[in-house]
Design a protein around this ligand. Structure first.
Ligand code: ADP
Length: 481
């Protein structure tokens, strides 16, 4: 796929802006070759986009759910029709295998579809009063202009998971995608353009993260910031949003434990753990970061899993049959190796992998790695690795493993593998996580609420809960005679 040397990437009030001067080069993480250059905007462009979104809000917020729904349906249809081309662009800029990228685009479209359906269902309430002389109403109102800041690990679905419910609710948006992956964002804007979104309802600004973030934070017109990214940036947004008491919806880091009980279906559990850890090369906030296996099956389970890991094909995501692409950048690659070295120094045993991939591409590849003898002192047992590195620890008792699993500042996702219903229900209730997968490692879906507790975030995305993040509940108290 050949892209222009320069790609316009700032879209405000329905117009693709001319280049502002400074640009940023986007690289293919598999080959380190430049793909294209995009515009590097900042405060000025963001202020302009906020102004356009504020102006558009007065009419967009007055449209009916059905009207908003029609545009979301059209966008979902266009995205699905173009899934292969969009998947290729996604792989180019992000690195994940093409099948995963196409899957992500289809998943992204499914958020548009689901919220097309939900747009007409922003129900209010009629509350029975305690006095005959009153009537009590609650009506949901779109909150206003939304600032959306998205990450590079799911460059397509993290955008639609935010903009679909915001648009369905009647909000207008200024989107800032991750600097590594703006191309998927540009494509999504073009889809909405084709779908007939009114000017200014959706705007895109690429460039200086801090400057764009500051402009969003400092504007009184931006009523909510929805963010997916690191806990560190999430904490910064919490601090800085205090000035205007801005609402936040935050999907932050995770450190998911996976627990394999002695009665688990070994083959099924190993396949699922493989998917959970190595999908997107471990660069998923809900992917397994630590694996606890019952000591009675640990040896056999590790052998079954290792066999599967050794068969994973590494390479450029655009090549057929590739299952493991590159990491996003050098910093990510170095982090994986630091976690590995720390673990080995503290007594972990390398079962497979343990080094950067020695293949024929220049990108940021690391061999899929399994470590046994993991202990709590190792960095990898408490810090998010975001790479293809899996530590295994054994356990004896249910209470003991639940305690270990909960011993984390994070609380996004946890997984349990068991064929025992009692164990499944007990453990899912006791795990302090926003999402628990029982024999399931792919819980993200448009119809259900996704989100963490503790330092993993605030608020939910997906389901009717996702749209209500963007709706204020206005209470109307009526005195009658
Ligand atoms: P990562 O380290 O995985 O890239 P980040 O939290 O830094 O995670 O990035 C997630 C998103 O937050 C990206 O779009 C990034 O550009 C943006 N971001 C980073 N720093 C800031 C900031 N100070 N203000 C606003 N957005 C930011």
């Amino acid at each position: 796929m050949n892209l222009e040397n320069k790609t316009k990437s700032i879209w405000i009030n329905g117009i693709w802006k001319d280049f502002t001067g400074k640009t940023e080069t986007i690289y293919n993480p598999a080959t380190l070759e430049p793909i294209t250059e995009v515009d590097y905007g900042g405060e000025i462009e963001t202020a302009e986009a906020i102004q356009a979104a504020s102006k558009a809000f007065s009419s967009w917020s007055e449209t009916t759910g059905r009207e908003r729904s029609r545009i979301l349906y059209k966008a979902a249809e266009l995205m699905t029709q173009n899934a292969e081309r969009l998947g290729e662009i996604l792989t180019l800029e992000q690195g994940k295998p093409l099948t995963e990228a196409i899957g992500e685009v289809k998943g992204a479209a499914s958020f548009l579809l689901w919220y097309a359906e939900e747009a007409s269902r922003g129900y209010g309430e009629w509350i029975p009063p305690s006095s005959q002389s009153k009537r009590l109403l609650v009506i949901p109102k779109p909150i206003g202009v939304v600032g959306a800041i998205t990450p590079w690990n799911f460059p397509s679905s993290m955008i639609t998971r935010k903009i679909a419910p915001a648009l369905a609710a009647g909000c207008t948006i200024v989107l800032k995608p991750a600097p590594e992956t703006p191309l998927s964002a540009i494509e999504i804007m073009k889809i909405f353009q084709k779908a007939g979104i009114p000017d200014g309802v959706l705007n895109l600004v690429t460039g200086d993260a801090e400057a764009i973030g500051k402009a969003l934070l400092e504007s009184k017109d931006v009523k909510l910031i929805t963010f997916t990214g690191s806990t560190a940036v999430g904490k910064y947004l919490i601090q800085e949003s205090a000035a205007h008491v801005k609402k936040l919806s935050l999907e932050l880091g995770g450190h998911a434990p996976s627990i394999v009980f002695e009665d688990a279906d070994m083959e099924k559990a190993a396949t699922l753990v493989l998917g959970s850890k190595f999908r997107n090369n471990g660069q998923t906030c809900i992917c397994t970061n630590r694996l606890y296996v019952h000591e009675s099956i640990a040896e056999e389970f590790t052998a079954v899993l290792t066999e599967k890991v050794k068969q994973l094909k590494i390479g450029s995501g655009l090549e057929k049959g590739i299952e493991l692409g590159p990491l996003i950048n050098k910093k990510a690659l170095d982090k994986v190796h630091v976690h590995l070295e720390d673990a080995v120094e503290k007594g972990a045993k390398v079962i497979c992998g343990g080094t950067a991939w020695n293949g024929d591409l220049d990108g940021y590849f690391y061999e899929p790695t399994i470590l046994s003898n993991a202990t709590d002192e190792m960095i990898i047992m408490s810090e998010e690795t975001f790479g293809p590195l899996l530590p295994i620890q054994t356990f004896k008792k249910e209470d003991e493993v639940i305690h270990a699993a909960n011993n984390s500042d994070y609380g996004l996702a946890a997984y349990v593998f068991t064929e025992n219903t009692n164990c499944a229900i007990r453990t899912s209730e006791k795990l302090d996580y926003g999402i628990v997968g029982i024999n399931d490692v792919f819980p993200a879906t448009p119809e259900a609420p996704f989100g963490g507790i503790k330092q993993s975030g605030i608020g939910k995305e997906g389901g009717h809960h996702g749209m209500h993040e963007f709706l204020e509940k206005k209470f109307i108290s009526i005195g009658i005679e």
